[in-house]
Design a protein around this ligand. Structure first.
Ligand SMILES: Cc1cc2nc3c(=O)[nH]c(=O)nc-3n(C[C@H](O)[C@H](O)[C@H](O)COP(=O)(O)OP(=O)(O)OC[C@H]3O[C@@H](n4cnc5c(N)ncnc54)[C@H](O)[C@@H]3O)c2cc1C
Length: 342
């Protein structure tokens, strides 16, 4: 019997597990993939994220998690008329496999039990205890007083508790050898409707040029990707010598009001699976913050489930308002996001 089972060893789950272990709670962190696990991501840590890591993990993000150029100097947003706006701030460029694994190791060092290659399948709740069905080499159960579900975008565990069809944005990005006349230290996001149905982006990781588009309709990926490549060739002298790899992933489709699902019974949701995601797909900061908030709420009101929920909702209210403001700001820059106007 654990105090808490945390599902998913991304930044959200690692933050939740570390916080609970620091507070003396018994915690099992389970991860369906083998660690370190891969996550498709631009890997930009904004200033806020680095501050949260320092605050909750007690250390600076180490160099071993970064890729070249390690320094991220901010974001360039290109609005739907093609105007460039530069938002400068110090950040980092990391590989998510290394960064997330380092966070998980910090949780383990604090006392969390970490079990990888183990998926959470479903759960039932009775008499204040949650029984979770786990799938490793075999199927078995573990019990806890609470679960924090941090399983990320697809959320198949959550879908068994909230039977609502989620909406997704599909992302497609390629890693390339080549050259371009843009500063490698920035993340560039393009909001023109002819380049994507959401945003298109460019950044650099270990000197590979990363070019991506995101769409509502996956059948349109190829069309938008071709348009984007042609645009970057025309405007920025993009030259691709060799495509190293290509990958598809998903993001939650954030809707007007930026709804967040906090909990069902003793299962709390945090990070992307709860609905936390800032514009241009920045989700690591809200993942760490919501994972930490869920853990603090449980630790503070362990014997009072209603108080846990109320505390968690209150602690993440500002995060939700921040999301609404940020999405509203982007809506003012591009019609693609018009529905997010506030
Ligand atoms: C293309 C792309 C680029 C992005 N770029 C950035 C960026 O530059 N900066 C930024 O801040 N954010 C970025 N994001 C968003 C960011 O990746 C997510 O918001 C963030 O990873 C969410 O963290 P999480 O811990 O909630 O979920 P995840 O990081 O997805 O972690 C969830 C974990 O749970 C595991 N899991 C899933 N189901 C189960 C189960 N049933 N049982 C056990 N384990 C399970 C998964 O394997 C995974 O390890 C990007 C996203 C995409 C798709």
């Amino acid at each position: 019997m654990y105090d808490v089972i945390v599902i998913g060893a991304g930044p959200t789950g690692a933050a939740a597990a570390k916080t609970l272990a620091d507070k003396g709670r018994t915690v099992l962190l389970i991860e369906k993939c083998e660690l370190p696990r891969y996550k498709s991501c631009s890997g930009c840590l904004i200033k806020k994220t680095m501050g949260l890591v320092q605050q909750y993990f007690g250390e600076e993000v180490p160099e071993l998690t970064t890729c070249s150029p390690a320094e991220n100097r901010g974001m360039v947003l290109v609005d739907d008329k093609g105007n460039h706006l530069t938002f400068g701030q110090p950040g980092l460029n990391v590989w998510r496999s290394s960064f997330d694994n380092w966070l998980t190791e910090r949780a383990a060092a604090a006392g969390a039990e970490v079990r990888d290659r183990t998926g959470a399948v479903s759960c039932t709740e009775a008499d204040g205890i949650v029984t979770v069905v786990l799938q490793g080499r075999e199927t078995y159960t573990e019990q806890a007083r609470y679960v924090i579900d941090c399983e990320g975008v697809v959320g198949s565990f959550k879908r068994k508790l909230i039977k609502e069809k989620p909406q997704y944005i599909t992302t497609f990005q390629t890693f390339n050898e080549g050259s371009i006349d843009l500063d490698h230290h920035y993340f560039y996001a393009y909001l023109q409707p002819e380049l994507s149905e959401y945003d298109a982006w460019f950044n650099v990781k270990d000197d590979m040029l990363v070019l991506g588009v995101s769409v509502r309709n996956p059948a349109r990926i190829e069309h938008f990707y071709r348009q984007f490549i042609a645009y970057m060739q025309d405007r920025h002298g993009l030259r691709i010598d060799r495509q190293v790899k290509a990958e598809k992933w998903l993001m939650p489709h954030i809707r007007p009001g930026c709804r967040v699902d906090h909990a069902v019974g003793r299962v709390l949701f945090a990070g992307e699976v709860a609905g936390f995601l800032n514009p241009m797909g920045e989700g690591i900061s809200s993942g760490i913050e919501s994972g930490h908030a869920a853990a603090c709420a449980i630790a503070a009101h362990f014997d009072d489930r209603s108080a846990v929920l109320a505390d968690y909702q209150a602690a993440t209210r500002e995060l939700q308002l921040y999301m609404q403001r940020q999405w509203g700001f982007v809506a003012g820059m591009a019609d693609n996001f018009g529905e997010m106007r506030i």
